[in-house]
Write a protein that binds this ligand. Structure first.
Ligand SMILES: Nc1ncnc2c1ncn2[C@@H]1O[C@H](COP(=O)(O)OP(=O)(O)OP(=O)(O)O)[C@@H](O)[C@H]1O
Ligand SMILES: [Mg+2]
Length: 268
């Protein structure tokens, strides 16, 4: 009997030792995998930084030759001794228009790169006040437009005040632009609860868009509307996306053609 108990005890101890050693091996593996993941993450971050620095300097360096192109074609078109034919003058004008367009694209690329490079200074921000300032600026630019605004009171968040204003500016400017054809335009910014979390919502009753393309909107230079009807280069929402990513927030959109659009975003 005593022998049996001793044997059983011995087996139990051996079993325990095996479990302990398996546990240790498992923990060791988890530690190794975590370290490998962290290293890969660091590498990705560094690669990302390098890519952003690269696109920043490329955009920066492209500006000087572009200015020369614009400046010299202007001089040639204006020079009375240049003997350029009327058709040649038209070509020169087209060169100028193209170089100016490229200048705008470069400016947009630079502002996109700047969002990622700029250091975040997080403080409490009054989003209602910022939205009010943007509304006033838009109304000043086009006083003839009648828009029914609804800016909820006490919208607040913690984040970088400059970047959050840029974010609101892009969303509200879009709402303003895409309601331009409506005599009863309405733009609102509110806070709602979704899935137990706080979500900010910028909504308009403008041109709207096809839901099938909702994810495309946040990629640089993606536009769903004709540039002749609604001007723009398609960089605003890519900036919005990056600002929220930097703050650890999220953004998504809902819309329907002719019915308007809603842009939702969260901030931690
Ligand atoms: N409020 C909105 N209603 C309908 N469509 C929208 C709205 N906001 C954005 N979009 C669609 O998403 C596209 C991308 O928006 P984004 O702000 O990035 O570019 P943009 O306004 O065209 O140009 P930019 O902001 O660079 O001046 C728009 O061209 C439009 O097709
Ligand atoms: Mg825009």
């Amino acid at each position: 009997m005593a022998d049996n108990i001793e044997k059983l005890l011995g087996e139990l101890q051996a079993g325990n030792a095996t479990i302990r050693s398996m546990n240790e091996t498992l923990e060791q593996r988890v530690r190794e995998r975590t370290a490998a993941l962290e290293a890969a993450n660091h590498e990705l971050e560094a690669a990302n930084h390098e890519l952003e620095a690269f696109s920043y300097s490329v955009s920066h360096d492209l500006r000087a030759p572009l200015r020369a192109l614009d400046g010299f074609s202007h001089l040639l078109a204006e020079d009375p001794d240049s003997q350029v034919s009327p058709q040649g003058r038209q070509f020169l004008e087209r060169i100028r228009a193209s170089s100016q367009k490229m200048g705008l694209l470069i400016d947009d690329l630079l502002s996109l790169a700047r969002v990622s490079r700029q250091e975040l200074k997080c403080v409490p921000v009054d989003l209602s006040a910022q939205a009010g300032e943007i509304r006033s600026a838009l109304e000043e630019q086009a006083p003839e437009r009648k828009v029914d605004w609804h800016i909820a009171e006490n919208l607040s968040a913690r984040g970088d005040p400059v970047l959050l204003k840029t974010l609101l500016d892009n969303l509200l400017r879009n709402a303003w632009k895409f309601t331009a054809e409506r005599p009863d335009a309405r733009i609102e910014i509110t806070l709602c609860t979704m899935g137990g979390g706080k979500v900010f919502c910028v909504r308009d009753n403008g041109a709207g868009f096809e839901m099938a393309y909702a994810d495309k909107l946040f990629k640089p230079f993606q536009r769903l509307h004709d540039a002749k009807r609604f001007e723009g280069t398609g960089i605003g929402l890519a900036i919005v996306y990056r600002i929220l990513r930097r703050h650890g927030g999220r953004v998504w959109a809902e819309g329907s053609p002719g019915q308007g659009a809603s842009f939702y975003f969260t901030l931690p």
